[in-house]
Design a protein around this ligand. Structure first.
Ligand SMILES: C=CC1=C(C)c2cc3[nH]c(cc4nc(cc5[nH]c(cc1n2)c(C)c5CCC(=O)O)C(CCC(=O)O)=C4C)c(C)c3C=C
Ligand code: FE2
Length: 388
């Protein structure tokens, strides 16, 4: 076999407070995150949302030390995987490609070309597939392959779309949970609270995203592997915007546990394998407050896998299996139809409803864009009637 590379895909995160706004702009420019009926509105909308959201988001990053640890942890995972592959007799160079911040996926591919890699394993660091995460990174890669015939000719790639059911990963998760459970006075009485990152319902119901199915299957498999008598709940966190996301929402599920007088809750984050803002800030700070208010006073969390040896070993085995077996290609991966509007919600309801708010938002945005246009061009209705 010729030169082997592994491309680890991840979301990326702002490393400094000044990065937050351009990071959010990149995120909301992605049509797999927000899709509008007219493509030319995508960038103005991304500008509008990132501008209105970044201060609040900066406050959250301030609470975790001023930036995301995602790049550092992903690079540590890359080094650990490289060492494990070497140990297993399958040397490979590992690359990190982030979707919304440095090092970008495009830069990783430029390195891969420069290094003359012949076999590339594309491995997203998301255990479950979603159109909004692995799917979005695959789209970027597919575009690069289409643009550059030399890539297709020289780099033989192997795509892994999800791996939530791997026994090594499940065992690593079960080990982490068991270790935390055993720190409680009565481990069997602790309620396990699986918290997954949410996605809008339309992704699953209209675009056919397998994410919810994979999250549910993953939760059941972890519970089976753990093999303890603890009760458990699955809920979805990190909702953004006015549309309906997967339910139950984490805050509602915590409220419900509080009403049932459950005091010992252990949160298990399952959509992501590294510590990041949604574990360190959202769960550890925001949801802890929600839990306290709901009467849950012993609220703890299982740490993310990061460079857990069993997990890294499983990634190495997955890489070797993928090199030896034919795998999926970009065209095999679930994608929404180009015409599908994934946000905001389309169903109309009367009264002060989500739909009404969405339409208000749309009109406000159009008005805002028209105002910007007038300010820059000096032409328009406000000039005509003498207001500007
Ligand atoms: C499997 C994990 C993730 C899914 C699914 C996902 C979907 C998704 N996310 C947003 C909006 C935001 N995500 C943000 C940060 C963020 N998202 C994930 C993972 C998933 N997102 C991670 C790991 C991170 C954090 C990176 C870090 O900095 O540590 C943010 C920015 C943070 C904030 O301002 O709150 C936004 C916004 C949408 C809309 C979406 C599905 C459509
Ligand atoms: Fe997200």
């Amino acid at each position: 076999m010729g030169r082997v590379g592994v491309l680890l895909l991840n979301l990326g995160g702002p490393e400094k407070l000044e990065d937050v706004r351009p990071f959010l702009f990149n995120l909301f420019s992605d049509p797999e995150i927000i899709r509008l009926p007219v493509t030319w509105l995508q960038k103005p909308l991304a500008w509008f949302i990132s501008t209105s959201r970044y201060k609040k988001s900066q406050e959250n990053y301030k609470q975790i030390g001023g930036g995301s640890p995602l790049r550092r942890i992903t690079e540590e995972q890359a080094r650990a995987l490289e060492a494990k592959l070497e140990e297993k007799g399958q040397p490979a160079k590992i690359y990190v490609g982030m979707r919304y911040w440095y090092p970008f996926t495009e830069d990783a591919i430029a390195e891969i070309k420069k290094d003359k890699i012949e076999h590339l394993v594309i491995l997203p660091l998301y255990p479950q597939f979603s159109i909004s995460t692995s799917g979005s990174s695959f789209r970027v890669l597919e575009g690069l392959w289409e643009e550059d015939a030399a890539l297709g000719d020289k780099v033989n790639y192997s795509l892994i779309s999800s791996w939530y059911d791997r026994p090594g990963y499940l065992q690593a998760m079960a080990d982490l949970i068991a270790k935390e459970l055993d720190k409680y006075e009565n481990p069997n009485d602790v309620h396990l609270f699986f918290s997954a990152h949410g996605v809008p319902v339309s992704y699953v119901e209209e675009a056919g995203d397998p994410y919810q199915r994979e999250i549910e299957a993953c939760t059941s498999l972890i519970v089976q592997t753990l093999n303890r008598p603890n009760a458990h709940t699955l809920a979805y966190q990190s909702r953004v915007g006015p549309v309906e996301w997967l339910q139950p929402y984490t805050e509602d599920a915590l409220q419900e546990l509080g009403e049932k007088n459950i005091n010992d809750v252990l949160v298990v984050p399952i959509s992501f394998v590294s510590e990041h803002i949604e574990t360190l800030q959202e769960i550890d700070i925001e949801y802890r407050e929600v839990a306290e208010e709901a009467g849950i006073h012993n609220f703890r969390r299982v740490p993310a896998l990061d460079t857990h040896p069993g997990f890294i070993n499983d990634l190495a085995e997955l890489t070797i299996e993928s090199l030896n077996n034919p795998s999926q290609k970009f065209a095999d991966v679930v994608r929404p139809s180009e015409r599908l509007k994934m946000y905001p919600q389309e169903r109309w309801e009367m009264g002060i409803t989500t739909s009404a708010e969405v339409w208000n938002g749309r009109f406000a945005m159009l008005g805002f864009i028209a105002l910007l246009f007038e300010l820059f061009s000096g032409k328009g209705i406000l000039h005509a009637i003498g207001i500007l």
